[in-house]
Design a protein around this ligand. Structure first.
Ligand SMILES: Cc1ncc(COP(=O)(O)O)c(C=O)c1O
Length: 505
């Protein structure tokens, strides 16, 4: 256990959380949480399951209804010939992955890991005492493993290839041709492949989901597919992961489950069935939104001199090479590497990104762009103006541009996050009148929120006036601030965390 290291991504997220708890306004582009919730039918299924609790242990493999829902999902993804015996489930893809690696790797075995990699691949291999051989895939090869690279890397010692498509941290997606070329190499060498496909429903630009087994079906008895509900369905905390692979590997996972987790909880299984088999509107809609956000982030980065960023076509990450900033200083602090860059960014600007070295690529940073997006578009125009001016800057200032871009995008998110749900009603309306009283703390908060949300408003001190007392009477005398949108004469009662719409009288 001395070999186990805490996840680097979690460390950044924890530091950001700590600063937030200390009162700093922190925007997190660090952890890969999808930032949306599953559809109501998922919660309904969970609630119903609680009313029918069996009060017992469950299947080590997973209940039939869940396995069947996952088989349907596989079929929709273009996979043929899988049955329940090829499947197993676990507590999220991470635990499933740990089990698969545990089942396949003995101490000293070699595993090929294309780099940049998702951090846990290396950490789990280290825990198991396996030898990781990193295959560096730079930004100029779109961070993707090539067939030639794979061919050259496979040796007599190689036991497993780790393959991740779409990729975390780069968001890159392999085309059918690229996957086919890799599959052609793999059919010649008797090694296992762990294919981590958890972002398989988050693919943009109509690219399609390519897979080694679909390209060369004869690989089916050596390729193990990993899937999860965490990202696609907005269910990271529910912890549901899947494996589909050769019968003996699936059986090994079932045996391991029988010795540690026993089963995934019944309520989670029920929610998972609903997510997989029920309406798919939420994941489809979210995929569209992520694609649009990807475009915004890429448009900003494209205007950033010296930054190299291959265009991601899936997941919700961009992975710009920011090494142009190395060797510069910010307020007396030298930016020597990606860790310094992220550290200055967090301390000085309150923006959390993950240094690329956590993923084996120290020239880059990972931006996870799942934050709310409404104002990002507005800010984007400002970014462009800023960039046009910035392009005239001397080159030694250019790294500042890199940081500022991230900061600009984040401040947009910050504004979105600070705006209480109800206040969004007022955003975009030009004739808001705040019926204020100078002494009222809620008014102060509302002024700050309106300012932060960019809502222009007029203020009418109603301390003594008839209008104020009438409005307050309509609000029922509670501790709320009356706000109107003039013209529509709609009255709202505002509290620091919500806004109440009152019926027109
Ligand atoms: C590539 C990849 N694989 C696996 C996981 C783990 O997913 P889960 O939440 O299902 O454990 C993640 C989570 O970030 C990931 O990005």
């Amino acid at each position: 256990m001395g070999r186990a290291k805490p996840s680097a991504i979690m460390l950044v997220a924890e530091k950001a959380k700590k600063l937030k708890a200390e009162g700093r306004d922190i925007i997190s582009f660090s952890i890969g949480v999808p930032n949306f919730l599953p559809g109501e039918h998922v919660y309904a299924a969970a609630r119903e399951s609680l009313t029918k609790d069996s009060g017992s242990y469950g299947s080590n493999r997973g209940p039939d209804a869940l396995l069947d829902a996952f088989l349907k999902h596989l079929k929709e993804g273009g996979f043929e010939g899988y049955e329940r015996k090829h499947l197993a489930t676990g507590i999220g893809a991470k635990q499933v992955l740990f089990n698969v690696m545990y089942a396949l790797l003995n101490e000293g075995d070699e595993i090929l890991i294309p780099t940049p990699y998702w951090t846990s691949y290396l950490d789990i291999a280290d825990i198991l005492g396996a030898r990781s051989k990193l295959l560096h895939c730079s930004a100029d090869q779109d961070y993707k493993l090539t067939a030639a690279q794979l061919e050259a890397a496979i040796g007599p010692e190689t036991k497993v290839l780790m393959f991740n498509n779409p990729s975390n941290p780069t968001g890159m997606v392999y085309t059918h041709e690229e996957v086919r070329a890799l599959a052609d190499v793999l059919v010649k060498h008797k090694i296992w492949v762990i294919s981590d496909d958890i972002y398989n429903r988050m693919i943009f630009d109509g690219l399609g989901y390519a897979h080694l087994v679909k390209a060369r079906p004869e690989l089916k008895d050596r390729v193990i597919l990993i899937d999860s509900l965490s990202k696609t369905y907005g269910m990271p905390g529910w912890r549901m992961g899947f494996v589909a692979g050769p019968v003996e590997v699936a059986q090994a996972i079932v045996t391991l489950n029988s010795n540690h987790i026993t089963n995934v909880p019944e309520v989670v299984n029920a929610a998972a069935v609903a997510a997989l088999a029920g309406p798919q509107d939420v994941p489809i809609q979210k995929n569209k939104e992520f694609e649009a956000k990807r475009d915004l982030v890429m448009a900003a980065l494209a205007k950033c001199p010296g930054v190299i960023c291959p265009k991601p076509q899936g997941a919700f990450y961009v992975f710009p090479d920011i090494s142009v900033a190395f060797g510069r200083s910010h307020q007396g602090r030298l930016i020597a590497n990606d860790v310094d860059f992220c550290s200055v960014l967090l301390d000085a600007k309150g923006v959390a990104c993950v240094p690329g070295s956590a993923f084996g690529e120290p020239r880059a940073i990972r931006i996870s762009y799942t934050c709310p997006s409404a104002p990002v578009a507005r800010r984007h125009a400002a970014d462009r103006r800023f960039l046009r001016r910035a392009c005239l800057m001397q080159s030694w200032l250019r790294w500042v541009l890199v940081m500022t871009l991230v900061m600009l995008a984040s401040s947009a998110c910050a504004r979105e996050q600070r705006v209480p749900e109800g206040l969004r009603i007022l955003i975009g309306s030009e004739r808001v009148v705040l019926l204020s009283t100078t002494w009222c703390g809620y008014c102060k908060k509302l002024r700050a929120d309106l300012d932060a949300a960019g809502v222009s408003y007029r203020e009418w001190d109603t301390e003594q006036s008839e209008v104020g007392s009438q409005a307050r009477a309509r609000l029922g005398g509670g501790r709320t601030v009356p706000v109107t949108i003039v013209g529509d004469e709609i009255l709202y009662g505002y509290q620091p965390d919500r806004i109440i719409r009152l019926a027109k009288q």
